[in-house]
Structure formats: C-alpha cells, structure tokens
Design a protein around this ligand. Structure first.
Ligand code: ARG
Length: 389
C-alpha cells in the first residue's frame, strides 16, 4: 500500500512514518508543505524522512498561496478565536489540500497525518481530505493506536532516533507559532523563556519605542513604512520587528472543538500588529452599523475556520459580505511598538468617514440648535410608559 504522509519531522510525524511501515505495511511518501516555518526545519525533516525509511520526500512551497488565500482572507475577517489569531488553523487547509493533491498524483491509496485524537487539527485535516479527495483512505496512526508522547519517544528511540524525553508540541508558520504540553499543561505555570522562538521577552526589547506605518489596500496590508512589499515578505519583516519588542505573546484558556478546555500559548508578532491596524482602519471607514454587523460575521467566520469547516458554503457566503466591506478599507495606519505592546497611534484613508468640520468642538460645523428636536423624539418608544405615569 502506498501512503502519502504529511510530515513535519517532529515527534508525531516521525513516529507515524515508522508505524506506517511497521504496522500498516505501507510504502511511505513524505510531504512537507512550507507555510513559512523557520527554514532550518526543512533540512531536518528531509534528513529524518530518509533516516526513517521514506521512499520519497517532497517539499512544497505554499508560502505565497498561504498568505494570499488564507492569511489575507483572515485579516479581512479580523480572524480571531478566543484571543488566538488562528495561525495554525489557517495553515492546515493548504497543507491538507496539498496532501490530497499529491496522493492523487502519486496514485496513493491513503493519506496519513500525525494528529492526535485530542486536538483540533484532526478535524481540519479529515474534513479537508474528505472534501478534496473523497475516495482516499485517511490514516491517523497516533489517534488509531491511542499513543502518548512518551510512548512515541520510546518507540522512536528503538528506531534509532532520539527526542528529548518530553518535548513541547510545537507548530509554526508565517502567521504564528503554538506551544503546548509539558509544564504549560498547568494553567498557573508561566511559560519559560525557552518556549518562545519568534519573540524575545519584553524586558530585553529596545527601550525606545518605534512607530511604523502600515499601508492597506482593500483590507490587506501592502506596504511597510512606505515600501511596497509582497505579503510573505511583509509578514516576515513585521515578525522580526515586532518580535524584537516582545509583541504578540498570547497565553489563553481555549475551548477546543471536542469540548476540552486547554491552556494554549502562542506567539504571533506580525499577526498581532496587522490585526490591530486593520481593525483601526475599519473603524475609520465603516459605519457604526456596518462594524456591528461585521463583528458578528467575523466571529462566525473565525469559528468556522477554527472548527475545520473551511470547505463549507457558509464560509464563502460570509466572505461575500466581508469582501464587500473591504472595498473601502484602504489607507495608512501608524502603530507604535514599545516593549510588549503594539498601539495604534494614527490612521488615514481616502474613504474616511471622519469629518472634522462636523464633529469639532472648535469649529461651527452644523447648527447645534437642530439637535434639540432630535433628542425630543429619540427613544420615544421607551419613554411612552413613564409618560403615561
Ligand atoms: N489550539 C490551536 C489550534 O487549534 C493550535 C494547535 C496546535 N497544534 C499542534 N499540533 N501543536 O489551532
């Protein structure tokens, strides 16, 4: 049996690679999809794939696609679930789609992934695989064999590959990084410095704040400090800038799809700055009513993405509304970076709804006397009962 395995070179997928051969009698093709992980991870993954017996190892660069089709849509929707900018969730869809495509191309009988039966990623993988390649069998060895991380470490030790006795469970891409396991499973225990890779502690950040300017066109960031940049480059640059200031460390209690409440730690420097800036620009160009309705649509969109339901017509229906609102989300936002904090300090847009003439306390603008007749009727329905006595 030929199997295509989504492979990161981490503990779970290394164990899967051996298990597929030994327990499932499979011939395994490993596939790693580049969604902006740190580059050193690719060489490591390739070495491990060879060492553990993959018959073929494929690298797919999906960075542009990830940013264009997933991250930027998420920016437009202010994508966020319980304080988490969906970094990992978003990347699962292009990754699983590539696995399906490669499995069909290679004539494989099954697609395998390293998800456990406790997390959210199994939903994103399984739902994507079954919608993109309905005929393929899905194998999730860690879930099927009900393995713990310790069992995986011991198993791989016997195969000649050693891991730290209890490694963190980490996942990363251009939009952020998640760290789970070990002492982080105690919600009271502060994450140790070694858990972080994209951000340094705010106490090590430059003391002097710096202000940057982000340019948006129709809801997506297109320039940084006046320089036009492609999405991948812009996010990479912003990860470095904001990461130095220790911006985007997120420590939350999260409600997983299965109903498990867990402690999650993330670092997402660029996402934190971009989402903050995007919301500020929307607040300038959308009406109060538009903002209120959009907030509900955004929340539903985020929930769908979190819950594995990318390939669901409702996600696209929500996007039709979201897209329509983004036509005016063009302009410039100034963000001040200081240790541990990104603060919007200015915004401008050709579509701004702000009119200084009208609102200023210092300019005549409109005739204040006209307002009195409005207050007379405003909320009248609610006043009627008291007026009756
Ligand atoms: N809780 C996050 C999510 O559901 C992160 C998942 C992290 N995955 C991992 N394999 N460590 O999107």
């Amino acid at each position: 049996m030929k199997v295509v395995l989504g492979f990161s070179g981490g503990l779970d997928t290394c164990a899967c690679l051996r298990l597929l051969q030994e327990r499932y009698g499979a011939e395994v093709i490993t596939v790693i999809v580049d969604v902006g992980q740190r580059p050193e991870l690719f060489r490591l993954a390739e070495e491990r794939a060879k060492k553990l017996g993959a018959v073929k190892h494929l690298y797919i660069d999906a960075k542009e696609e990830f940013v264009r089709d997933y991250v930027f849509r998420s920016v437009k929707a202010n994508g966020c679930y319980e304080g988490y900018p969906l970094s990992i969730a978003l990347a699962r869809y292009p990754t699983a789609s590539w696995l399906a495509r490669k499995a069909l191309e290679e004539g494989a009988e099954a697609v395998a992934h390293g998800c456990t039966g406790k997390g959210n990623d199994q939903f994103r993988f399984d739902l994507t695989l079954s919608s993109q390649a309905p005929g393929l069998r899905i194998i999730a060895p860690v879930r099927e064999l009900n393995l713990t991380r310790e069992e995986e470490v011991r198993y791989l030790e016997k195969c000649g590959l050693s891991f730290p006795s209890t490694p963190y469970s980490v996942d990363e891409n251009l939009w952020g990084r998640s760290i789970e396991g070990r002492e982080l499973e105690d919600p009271l225990s502060p994450p140790p410095e070694e858990a972080f890779q994209l951000t340094q502690h705010p106490s090590r950040a430059p003391r002097e704040p710096t202000t940057l300017s982000l340019g948006f066109e129709e809801g997506v960031p297109v320039s940084l400090n006046g320089k036009r940049l492609g999405g991948v480059e812009l996010i990479g640059e912003l990860n470095r800038l904001a990461g130095r200031y220790g911006i985007g460390r997120i420590d939350v209690m999260e409600d997983r799809i299965l109903g498990l409440k867990v402690r999650e730690v993330y670092e997402a420097p660029a996402a934190t700055v971009i989402l903050e800036a995007h919301r500020a620009l929307e607040a300038l160009v959308l009406t109060g009513e538009e903002l209120a309705v959009k907030q509900r649509m955004d929340q539903k969109w985020s929930e769908m993405v979190y819950r594995g339901r990318w390939f669901d017509p409702l996600r696209e229906d929500l996007e039709a509304f979201i897209e329509a609102t983004q036509r005016r989300v063009t302009g410039e936002v100034r963000v001040e970076l200081s240790p541990g904090r990104a603060q919007v300090v200015g915004r401008s847009s050709p579509h701004s709804l702000y009119d200084r003439e009208i609102v200023s306390f210092h300019l005549p603008g409109f005739d204040q006397r006209m307002a009195a007749s409005v207050t007379k009727f405003h909320g009248l329905d609610g006043r009627v009962p008291r007026m009756r006595g």
